[in-house]
Design a protein around this ligand. Structure first.
Ligand code: C2E
Ligand code: CA
Ligand code: CA
Ligand code: CA
Length: 279
């Protein structure tokens, strides 16, 4: 009778139940992922549009699941956020980035900088605040600006939880602050000033629709002008075509990131790519 009940339930909500089950399984598997070496960090170049120089990269996390293959961070980051694993995982990404930027400052360029995404949940969970990556950075004698922290607009809106203080501490250490996915959230412009943001990353949804006459073009131009007036640099995300690159460059956008230049790559592939592609 118990089995019949279960089957009846699954017949009525199979998709929902399966999604919930998958989440549970992934949450469980994610627990061992770090220790089992299933997580790794890829790097995507951030290209200076006017010169083509590459002195920045974004660290992007990947999970190679033993049975399911590559699981997207869009799937597993929210799971890690809800299970509390994001603290440990996020900290590990920062440590990887610090070790990598140390090598690239020696090998590639003395001003090389790596951006790392930081979830709002990481800011809210006290205890992950005093960070090992920051100590490691200082121990290696690296200046704060070798790392940029990418945050999203939601964090600035919900600025309880000591968020302002944490951002301040990062800034005092010289770490750069980038505002990710700019334009799709709810941030009022006053936040940009209040939190002293260094870089705006224009969300890819605006870049996708770029043409000389499009409304997205007008929006990008307005964002670029505003950012520059406030002393911020601008990165356009999701640059996929030569036309987009040209329009953004003409509009005075500082940096571009996207498949036109390169996909996120392992560190070694990044080095080879940079050797062939850029100065
Ligand atoms: P994001 O921070 O907005 O990262 C940009 C995403 O756009 C990346 O997806 C990147 O691979 C993708 N992308 C880059 N260029 C192009 C392009 O030209 N076209 C298109 N269509 N996409 C492009 P990815 O690597 O799958 O990461 C997805 C999201 O997962 C990230 O969005 C970020 O929010 C999150 N994430 C990734 N790594 C980390 C991490 O270490 N910590 C945290 N907290 N979140 C992470
Ligand atoms: Ca990002
Ligand atoms: Ca983004
Ligand atoms: Ca500033």
């Amino acid at each position: 009778a118990k089995d019949a009940g279960r089957n009846r339930y699954s017949r009525y909500t199979p998709a929902l139940q399966e999604a919930a089950l998958l989440r549970l399984r992934l949450a469980n598997d994610l627990r061992g992922a770090l220790a089992n070496g299933q997580l790794h960090v890829l790097y995507q170049p951030i290209v200076h549009l006017a010169t083509g120089q590459v002195r920045k990269a974004e660290a992007l996390l990947r999970w190679t699941h033993p049975a399911r293959g590559n699981v997207s961070p869009a799937t597993f980051i929210p799971i890690a956020e809800s299970t509390g694993q994001i603290g440990e995982i996020g900290e590990w990404v920062f440590l990887q980035a610090v070790e990598q930027v140390r090598r690239w400052r020696e090998q590639l360029h003395p001003d090389f900088q790596i951006s790392v995404n930081k979830s709002p949940v990481q800011f809210r969970e006290a205890g992950h605040d005093r960070t090992a990556w920051h100590d490691r950075m200082k121990a290696l004698g690296l200046p704060g600006d070798c790392i940029a922290v990418e945050i999203t607009e939601g964090l600035l809106l919900d600025a309880g939880h000591g968020v302002a203080g944490q951002l301040d501490a990062l800034r005092r250490a010289g770490v750069a602050i980038s505002l990710d996915d700019f334009g799709i959230g709810y941030s009022s412009l006053s936040y940009l000033q209040k939190f002293d943001i260094d870089v705006l990353k224009i969300d890819q949804s605006f870049v996708r629709g770029l043409s000389a006459t499009s409304k997205d073009m007008a929006l990008c131009k307005a964002i670029i002008a505003m950012a520059h007036a406030l002393g911020m640099k601008v990165v356009a995300e999701g640059v996929e075509t030569e036309a987009q690159r040209q329009l953004l460059t003409a509009a005075g956008c500082d940096y571009g990131q996207g498949y036109l230049f390169a996909r996120p790559m392992p560190a070694e592939a990044f080095e080879t790519w940079r050797l062939n592609a850029a100065g």
